[in-house]
Each structure stands twice: as structure tokens, then as C-alpha cells.
Ligand binder design. Sequence first.
Ligand code: BGC
Length: 792
Amino acid sequence: MMFISRRFAFARRLLFVHAIGFVLFASAISIVSSTPPPESPQREADIEKRINELLARMTLEEKLGQLQILDGEANGNFRPEHRDLIRKGLLSSTLNVRGARRVNELQRIAMTESRLKIPVLFGFDVIHGYRTIFPVPLGEASSWDTAAVERGASVAAAESAAAGVRWTFAPMVDIARDPRWGRIVEGAGEDPYLGAAMARARVLGFQGADYSQPEKIVACAKHWVAYGAAEGGRDYNTTDVSEDTLREIYFPPFKAAVDAGVGTFMSAFNDLNGVPTSANPFTLTDVLRGEWKFDGFVVSDYESVRELIKHGIAADEREAARAALTAGVDMEMVSRTYNQNAAWLLKEGKLTQREIDEAVRRILRIKFRLGLFEKPYADEARESRVILSAENIAAARQVAGRSLVLLKNEREALPLAKSVRSIAVVGPLADDNKALLGSWAGDGRVEDTVTLLTGIKAKVSPQTKIFYAKGVAIEGRGVTGNYDATPDGNNAGGTNTVQSPETARSATSAVAGNGIEEAVRVAREADVAVIAVGETAEMSGEASSRTSLDLPGRQLDLVKAIKATGKPVIVVLMNGRPLTINWLAENADAILETWFAGTQGGNAIADALFGDINPGGKLPVTFPRSVGQIPIYYNHKNTGRPPVDPANKYSSKYLDMPVTPLYPFGYGLSYTQFRLSNLQLSQPRIRLDGSLNISVDVENTGKRAGDEVVQLYIRQMAASVTRPVKQLEGFQRIVLRPGERRRLSFTLTSKNLGFYNRRLRFVVEPGMFQVFAGTNSADERGLEARFEVVEK
Ligand code: BGC
């Protein structure tokens, strides 16, 4: 795919990043691993031989033990009863047990006291860092920088492996078109092409070219599949998705993970078209094994096998075990229906020995590929050297910097001068070291984390006065939006919550005394106010869906009160999902979207606020004006009555709000300006199997060095099935000096032009195509050209 080859070009270009700092990193990134090598046939043959030998010696009980993963965490240690299970060869894997010493203690039992000496596989949710925490995945995806994302995953892998954890339940590659869904924070957003690029980068970062290397771990593509399509954005909810949409939208990042060599998959919680994904033979066997030739193993999600009973597809645990195992789930997480029922199912002829052996084989294959039989132990001395090393911390700062998205910058409110006389640093998240870690923060610790206030203090000159006030607190997990009843309608779309002001207020509070007054007082004394608002880490992630996307609690009141002082208002957003921030978009002087930026978040954000780096990230997901617009995504179909003419009464629109988003997919500003020009196609016409070169000039027309992400979108005008109005098929993030101009080149082939036809075959059809080059998916200054695909 196109983003691969360009990564190397990008790594070279990155050397120019020196202009804006981080010399160390540019060179570090250029040595990040490349494509996975073909597994050596000899090594693979040896592995299969050893699996056969083991299988021949295993009892049924031991085989079933290999199909079980249990949660090992018990108050910072492993569960004592797991020693016994491991000694008897009845526990394949644990989740959450970590730390070299602890892991080795259990592993020693497996390797010295169990009959067959099959090593335990230690798994953990290393989602965006192990101890050194990188930005949440949605934030990392905002970098549109696959090398940076790969680097983040490779640091996570090194720390995790050093702590004895050789299996991560990541990357989460679920496409999410609904920001109410809390788990949108764990993925790469709404787009299959960007999602595939990020999936690939993360798998390569975790696994490298060979995950038996001591610094590497085996990855797990999750949650297979369409979990992000949960109805109403409510976690675990039903999904009903056509096969066409599965193949066009939800499958591609998983396929990219398979192509990158991912070792494991996790089946999901959701009911998919009537067949839960943890018992779905179509997705687990026909597509994954049949079409894609995946030969690793599938683990269920936490208790998702037993949950088949609640779904109503199994009457009891026996039926649940049978449904999941025969559909293609090899390892059962936490529930124990396989262990307790497989022998009976076998006896009754409801399960075959072959089915059990096949699942065991896949699991052993990954343990062999990891080299666990040869090197089962973690190096206890290495752990403390690797974890939170200076190099890893610097990497976290660098990647966090690349994930920042500048949403607004009126009259160059940013960057701030380091010599500024005084700053008010305000807001509930300004000195919060927990929120920055985001959800699924591995072994991340608040005490390692640099808050925004600390980052700013470290940045400004000693003469600068810094006044801090929290203003309001965000209390509780499900705080509904601030009920804003301003009659001027400025916040239209940000106010569609049914919660009364009283309820909202009781769920949050101004901090001791009158927090807002205090914040206003400090703002009055300062030259500029930097206000950190958004969500707490607990407001997104698993089981953390929200019906409102407004700023929770009284945060908007706080920003409004400060705006009323007349001081410049710089809003720093920290959040795990798109928010409805219409009032901010209209009234703030600048808005920097920082997501949850990780251990080094405060430093990275300060780097951007004061111009040591120039933000160049772009939104990987659409920001709606209102939850009422959801689902809203850029690559939608056109309808027969597109809402282009506002005067047309009968067009596909809303009466009370535009159909357009607040910020489109791919959007993000810079402290400098860029101009695209001279879009050219190598030829006006190509054959069905031909390829086309597209080139475009990009010029930095401003006064600072900066990054632009040039995005290439296509649209087929007419085909046998309807096509999206736009679909991303290429992007390049580049850095340009002031006045510098570069010509970028993209290639389109049948992979980009094809789609699934009515018979669900992937085809390229003749016809006219539009091509757009722009700096976001709705770029009015973008360029457009056409070409034709012809039969011959
Ligand atoms: C989540 C998974 C996670 C697993 C293990 C589940 O609740 O859905 O994403 O990997 O727990 O922690």
C-alpha cells in the first residue's frame, strides 16, 4: 500500500525536523523496522513438527488447558491458585500478570514442575505504552505519521517484553463512526484507509520483523469485528452491518494487520447480524482463515464465550463452548466453558478431536514463534534499565507533539512568546496528571506524568508570572453536558442535552469557594489565559459511552467567564472522543486538540504552545456540531437528493442545523500556511488493471517551518453499486521550511480503485473518477481532476 514506501521517504525528510527540535528522534525513527520477512520455511516446518510431537503426548485435559487464559491479577500479584493450575499444565496464559520477577516465578513452575514444560504466555493490554505512556491511539492516529506510531508501539513492546509480558491485546483497529462510543479513543478513528495504515504501523512496532526478538511482543488485532458499529454508541450493543459495509469499512484495518503478520486476533462482544462475533463462523473461519489465510490464534474477549448465553444463541455453557470453538475461537478468556465442557462435548460427538487439536496447534504455534520454549524467562536486571528510560520518555514527548491538532488560531494567538509577562493557567485538567494517561494506560503512573502546568513552567522565562486556578472540578464518570440556555443560540448544537442545570451542577462543582471567580481573578491579572478543559480519562474507554458530547459539567461556564475578561483565550482540549464545541469554535482565540497525550503530555503541549514545535496533526474523525448529526462521517454516500442547494425544500438535510460537521475529517491547522497547486495526472485514461500517477505541488507560504498532511481522495462517479462521495486513498505528512515547495507523488492502482460489487467480488469497474488533493476532507482550496478507467 502507498503509505509503506513513503514511510522511508518521510524518515529521511524528518531530518529537517531539527529546525523545530528533537535531533535525537529523527535519527531514531529512521531505523524503525520495515516490512515483516516471510517466515522461514525451515523454521516453520520445525515448529509444526514440534507441535505434532507435543500434541501426541498431551492428555485431553492438558490440551484444554492450552485453550484457557485467566485473569491473573490479584492486588498486584498473581492469583495463588494459578500456581497449581500451571503445575498441572492446565493454564495456557494469563492476563495482567506482569513484572519480570512475578512472571518468572510462575514461568518457573511451568518450565520445571509441569509434565510437558509448555511455557505460559503472559498477556496484558499494552495499548499506548507499557509504563512510558504515549498518546491514546486516537491521538496517535491524529499524527498521520506511521513512523511515529510504529515508534510508539516499539517502545511499548520493549518495555512490556522487559517486564515479561510478551503478548499485547492491541492494536485495537475498530472503525468508529460514533463518538458517543467510549472506545473510539482506542482506535484510529473513522476511516478504513487511515485505519489500515495505523494498524500496520502498530503491528510492526509491536512485533517487528520477528517477534521472537527479546524486545518484541506478539500483537492482537481486536475486536473482530464491527464492535465500533454498536447501535446508539452504547458499548457492547448489537451491530447490524451489511456484508458490503463490513468489507468496505470494517474489515480493511484487520486485513492490514494480517498482512503485517499479526500473530493473534480477539473476537468481540457484539452481536453481528444475529450471530455474536465470538461464535461467528463467517468472520472467524470463512473470512479470517479461509480468505485471509491467518494461521495464528483467536482469543475470545473477556467472558464473551459465556456471554453467548445472554445473547441468546446458546442455552447453556455447553452450547456456548461448542458454538465458540467450532466457529473458530481458540482460546477462551476468563470464562471456562471449554475447560468444563469440552470432554463431554467430545464424548457426545458434538465436538471433534480434530477441532480441539487445531485450536491447540494454533496457540502452540504462536508460543513457538515467540521463542518462549527456548527463552521462557524475562531478564530481571534489564527491566529497570528499559522501563521509563530517557530515550523512551523522549520518544513519548516527540510522538505526543506530532499528535496535536490545531483547530483554531485566530490572529495568530499561538504560539505564545516564552517571554510573556504573565499567564493564567486555568481549568480542571491543567494540572491533572491522571487524565493525560487516558484509558488503558498499561502500567502508567500518575507520578511519572508531566501536567500542562508543569510543562508550561518549564518552558517560560524565569520572569514570567504563572497564575494557576482549577476553576471547576469534573466529578463522576457520566457527567452530562453543561446545560447552556443562552438565548443567542451561540451554542446551538452543543446544548442538546436533556439534563437540567440543577442536575448538571450537582454532578460537578466549582472548586472550594467560588472556583470560577477565582479563575476569573487570575485571568484578569494575566496577559493570556490557557484553559485546559475536556473529559477525564474515565469518560472514554470501555463501558464509557456518553449521550452528550458537550464539555462535561460547568467547564463551558468557566471558559465563558474567562472570555468575558477580554483576555486572549487559548483552549487546550483533553478528551477521548470528538466533542461538540461550537461555542469554543466561535469564541476561543485558539484551540489545540491534544487528546490524552501521555506521560510527556504537558511537555509536548507546552512545546506546541510556545512554538518549539509546530502542530501538524489532523483529525482522524469528524467533529459533529451536535449528537443529532450522528452518524456523521466524511466518506458517506451521496443520496438522490444531496443537500447542496439550501433553497431546495426536499433535500437530505436538517431543518435546524447544517449537515456539515464542525470540523471535518482530516482537518488541522499549522502556525504556517500551505498552498497546493499544479495537480497533474500521468494520463487521462487507464486500463482496469493499470496504475496512475498523481502529483501535486505543496508550498509553505508562511514564515515558519511546519508540517502539512497532503491527502488524496477519490470518487467513482457511477458504478454498479453506489460509491462514497470521497474516500481517502493516500496521504503524506511532510515538513517544509518557509518558502519551500515540494512536488509529491501518489500512485493509484486497482487496490485503490476497486470495490465490492453486488456479488461481493472485489472489482474495478470502468468509469469516470474524480481525484481530490487537499489538506482535509472538505478542503475548499483543494484541487480536483478527473480520469477515466477503460476496459481496454
Ligand atoms: C476488553 C478487551 C481487553 C480485555 C482484557 C475486555 O474487557 O474488551 O479489549 O483486551 O478486556 O483486558
